[in-house]
Design a protein. Structure first.
Ligand SMILES: C[S@@+](CC[C@H](N)C(=O)[O-])C[C@H]1O[C@@H](n2cnc3c(N)ncnc32)[C@H](O)[C@@H]1O
Length: 191
């Protein structure tokens, strides 16, 4: 939707295919939630543009010696659409198995090619040590500068998982690494 606007803040040629009619219907439903009907569209577009810029700047600063880890990656197609990632050693996308399988299938159907090596890790972040083990097995280099991205994720994590995912990352962090995280209040469940 954003990509087709004349004043688009970013371009994601895959979004319309990935979101499909369900995505459009969901977006329309959101219009009734806030007094400003376009709020969720504007907010998403600004957030996406901001992260795209931070990531591109990070890539440019690190030549070919960096990697990127996207936690709760969902339908994030940055490994396919951000040209500056072409020099990355790898992009690690982490999500639950159902989402990883669906995203991989959709991108294969679109015959999309990632601009860099891409490692999709199917795991539940609430499982202790799952992230550390999967990254290690996937060739993650803990000495490399790393762009850690948690976009639209933290609200799904309980405080203990948030803390453990932070301590999981900390041994892997080198001073030049960056963490970009959108912070949204916890989704609370009524019983
Ligand atoms: C709102 S979506 C955000 C997707 C993407 N980062 C974006 O901003 O478009 C949240 C994603 O986090 C994933 N997620 C939530 N809890 C998770 C967990 N415990 N382990 C792994 N992934 C999780 C969901 O499956 C979903 O794909």
């Amino acid at each position: 939707m954003e990509s087709s606007r004349p004043d688009a803040l970013f371009s994601d040629p895959y979004a319309a295919h990935l979101g499909g009619a369900t995505g459009v219907a969901f977006s329309s439903k959101m219009k009734g939630i806030m007094p400003w009907p376009e709020f969720h569209i504007t907010w998403m577009a600004i957030r996406t543009r901001y992260i795209d810029e931070r990531l591109s700047t990070f890539c440019a600063a690190h030549g070919s010696s960096f990697q990127c880890v996207i936690l709760g990656s969902g339908l994030d197609a940055r490994a396919f659409r951000i040209p500056q990632l072409a020099t990355a050693r790898a992009v690690y996308e982490v999500d639950v198995p159902e989402v990883v399988v669906a995203f991989n299938r959709a991108m294969a159907r679109l015959e999309a090619t990632a601009v860099c090596p891409r490692v999709a890790l199917a795991l539940d972040l609430s499982t202790p040590d799952a992230l550390t083990r999967a990254l290690r097995a996937g060739g993650f280099d803990k000495a490399l500068p790393t762009f850690w991205l948690l976009e639209g994720l933290t609200m799904y994590l309980t405080p203990d998982v948030k803390c453990s995912s932070r301590s999981t990352r900390s041994p892997h962090r080198v001073p030049t690494s960056v963490r970009a995280s959108s912070l949204t209040p916890q989704v609370s469940r009524r019983t």
